[in-house]
Design a protein around this ligand. Structure first.
Ligand SMILES: C[S@@+](CC[C@H](N)C(=O)[O-])C[C@H]1O[C@@H](n2cnc3c(N)ncnc32)[C@H](O)[C@@H]1O
Length: 246
């Protein structure tokens, strides 16, 4: 999506970097990186991917890592707009897919409001990378009619208050919990209270697709204790559903 601009050469492209393995970058993402003047990147984006950027591009870290100080979203919005107004081709490099729990909507809106052309390059989201690493189908025909991505982290840092628990308790669904390692206990308790059996298989993956990937398998009821003991420091997705038992 683009719009006309009073800054002819400046533009912003929100690019999905995927889960970390450079081989999971799209060709379109690679081309964007190679022609960028500035790369404004999430902390989760791996060094191996940043190394593929135009060597003359400015690499600018911009937030977001759980539990660590990060740039405010408004500052990131202002930064990408300012760089584009200077005539730069700005790649806003985001982990996974920009459109999945990536605050892409706010950055697109900021560019449009400033009349800066903006486009988006899709990326491999953490759920897809995790499923591929496990060798499972998230929508296995015997087990799942529905696939749902859920954030475990509201603006207040707790489980969102408005989750559809009946949907989460659907035994024919696969649920992928992003940013949910810390709220998993609460999630599991509420899901079981809504009727999801505690024995349903769950898998937690830290650093999916990266050399330091770690995987834990447990029944949903037990996964909280497994993760508390493992104390992962990297990004974690938790996948829940009978499809994970295959
Ligand atoms: C702000 S969200 C960004 C999601 C990203 N846009 C995507 O599509 O994967 C950050 C969360 O994504 C998940 N995540 C991102 N990369 C991951 C990876 N390599 N392995 C496991 N989880 C990952 C974790 O749940 C992490 O807390």
């Amino acid at each position: 999506m683009t719009s006309s601009s009073s800054f002819p050469s400046g533009r912003v492209c929100l690019v999905g970097a995927g889960p970390g393995d450079p081989d999971l970058l799209t060709l379109k993402a690679l081309k964007a990186l190679q022609s960028a003047d500035a790369v404004v990147h999430d902390m989760l984006v791996s060094a191996a991917i940043l190394a593929l950027a135009n060597p003359h591009a400015a690499l600018i870290p911009a937030g977001k890592r759980a539990g660590q100080p990060s740039a405010r979203q408004e500052e990131i919005n202002a930064l990408i707009v300012t760089l584009a107004r200077q005539g730069k081709y700005v790649v806003r490099l985001k982990s996974g897919d920009p459109g999945i729990f990536g605050r892409a909507g706010e950055e697109i809106a900021a560019c449009r409001a400033a009349n800066v052309p903006v486009s988006v390059v899709a990326g491999v989201t953490a759920a897809s990378a995790a499923a591929a690493s496990l060798g499972v189908s998230l929508t296995h025909r015997d087990h799942a009619r529905r696939l749902q991505f859920l954030t475990g982290h509201s603006r207040e840092g707790v489980l969102p208050a408005d989750i559809d628990w009946a949907g989460i308790a659907d035994p024919h669904a696969t649920t992928v919990l992003y940013m949910g390692a810390r709220t998993l206990g609460d999630f599991a308790q509420r899901a079981m209270a809504a009727g999801l059996p505690g024995a349903v298989p769950a898998v937690a993956i830290e650093n999916a697709s990266r050399p330091d990937q770690r995987v834990w398998r447990a029944a949903l009821a037990d996964m909280r204790h497994v993760l508390e003991h493992a104390a992962p420091q990297g990004p974690v997705v938790v996948l829940v559903g009978y499809a994970l038992g295959e």
